[in-house]
Ligand binder design. Sequence first.
Ligand code: BGC
Length: 739
Amino acid sequence: MMACQTDSASSDATDRQIENRIDELLSRMTIEEKIGQTNQLTLYGTTEELCAAISRGEIGSLLNVIDPADVNTLQRAAVEQSRLGIPLLIARDVIHGYRTVFPIPLGQAATFDPELIEQGARIAAVEASAAGVRWTFSPMLDISRDPRWGRIAESSGEDPCLTEAMGAAMVRGYQGGGADDPTSVAACAKHFVGYGASEGGRDYNSTSLTERQLRNIYLPPFRSALQSGAMTVMTSFNDNDGIPSTGNKWLLTDLLRNEWGYDGMVVTDWNSAGEMVTHGFAADTRDAARKAIAAGVDMDMMSHVYAQHLKELIEAGEVDEKQLDDAVRNILRVKFRLGLFDNPYIDTARIARVTYTEENLAAARRCAEESAVLLRNEGDLLPLDASKLRSVLVAGPLADAPAEQLGTWTFDGEPSHTVTPLAAIRAQYGDRLRIGFDAVADYSRQRLSPAQLAAFTTEASRYDAILLFIGEEAILSGEAHCLADLDLKGSQSELMAAARRSGKPVVTVIMAGRPLTIARDLANTDALLYAFHPGTMGGPALIDLIFGRAVPSGKLPVTFPVTTGQIPVYYAHHMTGRPATGNELLIDQTPVGAGQTSLGCTSYHLDAGFGPLFPFGYGLSYTTFAYDTPQLDKSFYTADETIHASCRLTNNGKRAATEVVQLYIRDRVGSTVRPVRELKDFRRVTLRPGESRIVEFELPADRLAFWGLDMQRKVEPGEFDLWIAGDSQSGTSTLFTIQ
Ligand code: BGC
């Protein structure tokens, strides 16, 4: 697709030039050289061995080369020693920052701030490209509605509209001012598709998504990322309805190429071509190679099946050489677009100049600040007034854990550059406050004895306030790190209770890669900030929030369940025939010996009710915002009109603050059942104390379209509700009609 690159006449000319260069090159390539381009390997063996393979034209892309000088050495083997001089494409998982680590993507999504996310991705690209990385395996666009799944940390959460906005922002940031800018890094829209719906939240597991679910929920973020110019796509590990993505021709060719017109490159996930054998979808690695290329996979990441079998398959007439040519064309196109043929080497001195700059650290700090979500603030305990305190106890296993606060997928972030909350409070308030520190537990899972907990209560009672930093270490989320139980690990719940028993004000900060089930813990803290894993500058950002130099503005990008058994629980669920009313009897109110009846029964859990602990879009501030009923410019629209919606928002408190204003709709009647609410747009609005402003949205009616009964994307006429609200459950709706 790359539609945005082909808009102008000059980029058309560049595209034509590139296609001509590809044709010319392809006409000179041997079959072995073509197969070499499709082969992506990780760093292995000695540099000499690698250079020899590269100069023989056996490798098209390398991942995980981390030394900038090595990049030039390996590139020289490709450009100066291989017969055709085709440059290598160097790849790395730069997921939420390179050296300067930003909050995990789930935290970034909580900012609802695409501009800031774009800036973060740009910074990541500038830093990574200085190390020779020109391709990152990001953004991860998997809609994630199951917090047991460890990879929810890498996602933008449960919502297609938010994921679209965040993903497109990342693509713009990575690919910078233009693909051939040497600081541009090709984005990779992954994992295509449905991976986030892995059954039971267990990684690599199967999914059973219908085409309608794919088209309405899981595919739109990919479409947007490609429309924003994402140069590559990665297949996912899961089999959907029995078909592994890497062998799914409908997905990779019929939809991606033919329907969407995508002309970028498709890479497998790590060994996912080979794993089709383990799935039992391919008889052996030869069959896997045949199925992957037939489906439309261009590059094989790490399963060697193309390198081992494509030549033989072509000679046997089982694979058409044209399929290989198409794959190579897609790969070369990315290399040309990145300017690698003209500019293959890097300036190895640049990395020292561009990493950890003041600007980069400030952006990471701002992102961490905006990503924290205030979930509780009893008696307006926060922000703390430092002038009214003499002492503060900083406690908990995540108060001073520099590697842990970076979160998952931070190969290149350096704990030595991380500023923890403890370091930040000492630096900012060390001269004014007596600051005590006690990690109490070395790590989140550690069990504490009753004596240790009692000692902590005694210690805590000697301070004016307690700041407790708990949650989960980086390794408890991310790939293959799924959990069946989302309660706080180890003795952390008891630690909160012990802090509470001190009688002193307790502020709890949770750093985690996912929502945790903290319903029972809330009563043990006056205030709770949910920080996800906040990255390099998490410490200063959190201390700024706690002491009021900054005001929380993060909103939840994912629903927080009351208990694990409620999962999946997400706001945009379908309306059932028997929706919960909120008046259901819970288990304790259910009489012993009560007779069975289905009269008046509704959809809920006896032991958890129906509602979540905190809904999608929720987050408190140090002020309160009031929303008036939304106003529309008309009550009737046609499907090609734009709905102008507005709402008066008032800051009722005493502090300037930013609110994430969210626009939701509900399609009352559809040819298929529609979600009870769907986010369609959002905006961050900053208001002074007492200030009131009309917040306006332009919603093209086309955004109400969905894939209904006839599997065509269209806006179905009828009545719609529209909310402008501070989260997915509050607000007053206004009705409009599409004619
Ligand atoms: C992950 C991908 C990642 C790749 C390369 C795989 O295990 O699923 O998301 O990009 O490894 O490191």
